[in-house]
Design a protein around this ligand. Sequence first.
Ligand SMILES: *Cc1c(COP(=O)(O)O)cnc(C)c1O
Length: 366
Amino acid sequence: MILCGNPFCSYEAQRAEIDAAVSRFFESHRYILGPEVSSFEQEFADYLGTKHTVGVGNGTDALCLALRACGIGRGDEVITVSHTASATAAAIVLSGATPVFVDIQPDVYTLDPSKLPAALTKKTKAILPVHLYGQPADMAPILAFARQHNLRVIEDCAQSTGGEYASQKIGSLGDIGCFSFYPTKNLGAYGDGGMAVTRDPALAESLRRLRQYGWDKSNISCEAGVNSRLDELQAAILRAKLPHLDNDNAKRIAIADRYDRELANAGPALPARQTNGQHVFHLYVVRSRQQKELLAHMKSQGVYVLAHYPVPTHLQPAYKNYAPKSGALAETERAAKEVVSLPIYPELTLAEQQQVIGAVRAFWKE
Ligand SMILES: *Cc1c(COP(=O)(O)O)cnc(C)c1O
């Protein structure tokens, strides 16, 4: 069975370095917020070309604490997309704020900047674009709109670590960039982990307080923080993996190029690429009206494929109260019925890629 993503393969590929990192962690006798976390924070900052990085427990917390660090909460509105992992809206609701969903650009699946003016109200405090599937959102018009209306921009980079927009690493464009190190992500730990990054020292300080009980320097809680720390073990592993990230992303892109070539006339619509950015193919998402049939066919061929995401956030029970008026998210609802993610990860072998390609072609030949 070929899986959509496979963290064990990256362990096998980098076993010596990861094992050494795990031993170093045990020998250090430091478990929480020690030298591995601070070194990884520095290395990740250098990698992104940004100033401050704050390791947190997971990507959802990175987003929620980013909003809180910006002073956003109850009574405030945050413009985002519904076509994303439900974690995006979860983080907004966790912060106390209200998600306002806008539609996506159907070719690239990211926030449609032309929908921003209609979503703006007196309560709008931030825009939270999602760099989905490894593809950067179209940041130039989003940043321009935010500047014009004095809004914060918080980037959801969970699926796009290493991706670029206008030759800058994503996460370094807005006020705060939020990353997830969930095992299947482009830079994956072997457990949960996340990071919030910013140029702004005051936001960084606030993030550092919030991740640990709202403590000030003398361990007095000056605000109601949470416990959301990146742990030493995951940080040690991530330090071993970070030097491989660009090469791993290049392998993902090479697989995507191959799928593009081999499936050009096979049947499904293939993923478009933002012209002003570098897609890092967390997922390779094709599109077909016969989504259900294609999913079943691929599974019958030993290729485990999924739809990301089959139910838009605004149609899920927990978030349906935030659904805009019917028809406002037409592209989102259409995409949910048509998207299919093909397997893509750096260690996917040529034979496995060929099996995926063969299975897709066979579906339209039958
Ligand atoms: C994975 C993901 C998150 C959440 O990250 P966790 O580390 O699982 O909390 C948020 N947004 C998007 C788009 C994601 O894919």
